[in-house]
Design a binder for this molecule. Structure first.
Ligand code: ADP
Ligand code: MG
Length: 266
């Protein structure tokens, strides 16, 4: 039994404050949904958790079983059991998925044999031919997210942050991916933070807790009924019920987003 604890995390990008005190606690086997309007900082949170370099953490802590992750390089965080599926998976021409996953498996002697790749591919409905293609190169939305889920299933982390794993998926792919992840919560006790806009994912993933994220922090949390309320009333209606102002979009200077060296994007 493990606990991922996020306490009072504040962070900025290109000098603009985006995260304003994020608190979350996820135990093994739990599914937490994080829902919030575009630009509220959900992806920023996922990158800060994983340690991407172009985000500056200005306060707070992120621990797994009491051990601090902030300040560790990304690979160390992965070693300690954290995994991120990206909203926009990166294309890596010339690197086959099978080789990428095998290298990750070899880097961690705690994970079983590479035979698991074929087993998981079959379980996820991924064809063998697909495993030999360049990572995410010319993949459809569904193929990208199946590939991310394949890595997740083989690596068996303690906690997975899923950044809009449902975006760009057709209903069949959504069901396959969500069911595989749901099964992991039971088989290996995977804890999940699922960032999503859609209640559809949550009917498959069945969250224990739903958090609403507005203006860089969790403004309210509840059970699955909170996702249903959002479907009906939207963020406007919820903000009104909570007596909150919906902040306008934050503007970050373009230079930061456009400079590939300032923004390595791994
Ligand atoms: P969400 O995922 O909730 O839609 P994001 O975390 O992607 O929101 O973005 C929050 C704000 O931070 C946006 O204004 C976005 O443009 C800005 N931002 C996020 N990452 C970067 C970055 N690497 N460089 C510049 N601005 C960024
Ligand atoms: Mg996002």
């Amino acid at each position: 039994m493990s606990v991922l604890a996020v306490r009072g995390v504040t962070a900025s990008v290109a000098g603009v404050d985006i995260l304003r005190g994020v608190d979350l606690e996820i135990a093994s086997g739990e599914v937490h949904a994080l829902m919030g309007p575009n630009g509220s900082g959900k992806s920023t949170l996922s990158h800060v958790l994983m340690g991407r370099g172009d985000y500056t953490v200005t306060g707070g802590s992120v621990t797994i079983d009491g051990e601090e992750l902030l300040g560790l390089p990304t690979w160390e965080r992965a070693r300690r059991g954290l995994f991120l599926t990206h909203q926009y998976p990166v294309e890596i021409a010339g690197v086959r998925i099978a080789d990428l996953v095998a290298a990750a498996v070899d880097a961690d002697p705690g994970i079983g044999a590479t035979g698991r790749i074929a087993e998981e591919a079959a379980r996820l409905g991924v064809r063998d031919e697909f495993l030999t293609r360049g990572v995410n190169v010319e993949f459809s939305g569904g193929e990208q997210k199946r590939a991310e889920t394949l890595q997740l299933a083989v690596l068996q982390p303690k906690f997975a942050v899923l950044d809009e794993i449902d975006s760009g998926l057709d209903v069949d792919a959504l069901r396959d991916v969500a069911r595989r992840i749901e099964a992991m919560t039971e088989e290996t006790g995977l804890g999940v933070l699922a960032i999503t806009h859609y209640a559809r994912l949550l009917t498959e993933l069945r969250p224990d807790r739903v958090h609403v994220f507005i203006g860089g922090r969790v403004v309210t949390s509840g059970g699955p009924e909170l996702a249903d309320e959002l479907e009906v009333s939207g963020y406007d209606g919820l903000a009104e019920r909570l007596g909150l102002e919906l902040p306008g979009a934050v503007t970050v200077p373009d230079t930061a987003a456009d400079d590939p060296f300032a923004n390595p994007g791994f």
